[in-house]
Design a protein around this ligand. Structure first.
Ligand SMILES: [Zn+2]
Length: 221
């Protein structure tokens, strides 16, 4: 789980620092994964493998990027392509609709989708989904799915909870949608059909180099 992949802006606070991996560091991560024989897969592939028993590559890895920052297009996309990797990008659709300059445009999202990247839902506005009405959840979640579908042509069936938060109403509502897997910010790598809507991830934090990434992967529960 990555957030910002960009040079650290001047006067960044601790939160921004903790969420930022530099493009050079990110490139060294992907180079390391490629040299170690990892193959990037999507959450669709893992879901199909769990459902049908289809074979996955021997060292599968899913790279996810939350919040649809412009730097995902500027830095992440070309580096993934250089190493023949793919990524899963969670898009906040209203930020794109209002052309927020820090977030990707629909043209960029379409280009990445056409190149084989998974462009998935991270709601319309990135509001918390905890203690919300059913109608609000429909608006945030279905609204973003429909918006993405209308722009990229495929319906996104993967979801990421804003700031990793959800409650039983969120899960009940998601269960009625076409979403097949949803990711949290909880720590882990174990995917089953039982945690389809609560798939854990490993957080790549700011300043984590290749040694840190290796440590994270090798000690993952
Ligand atoms: Zn987010």
């Amino acid at each position: 789980m990555y957030h910002y992949v960009s040079p650290l802006p001047p006067n960044s606070d601790n939160i921004r620092e903790g969420l930022t991996v530099s493009p050079q560091t990110f490139r060294s991560h992907v180079e390391y994964l490629a040299s170690e024989g990892y193959t990037s897969i999507s959450l669709y592939e893992i879901n199909t493998a769990l459902e049908t028993g289809s074979q996955l590559p021997s060292k599968p890895i899913i790279l996810t990027f939350d919040d649809s920052y412009t730097d995902h297009y500027t830095y992440v996309f070309p580096i993934l392509q250089e190493f023949n990797f793919t990524g899963t990008f969670f898009v906040i659709t209203d930020y794109t609709d209002v052309q927020n300059p820090n977030h990707m445009t629909w043209e960029q999202i379409q280009e990445m989708s056409n190149a084989g990247m998974s462009m998935e839902s991270h709601t319309k506005t990135h509001s918390t989904l905890v203690e919300r009405s059913y109608d609000f959840l429909v608006w945030e979640i279905i609204g973003s799915i429909e918006s993405l579908e209308s722009h990229i042509g495929d319906r996104p069936d993967i979801f990421s909870y804003p700031v990793g938060r959800y409650d039983s109403t969120t899960l009940d509502m998601l269960d009625t949608t076409s979403i097949i897997r949803a990711v949290t910010t909880e720590y882990g790598v174990y995917h089953t059909m039982h945690n389809a809507l609560l798939s854990p991830r490993l957080r790549v934090s700011g300043g984590m180099g290749v040694a840190g990434l290796r440590n994270l992967l090798e000690n993952a529960p």
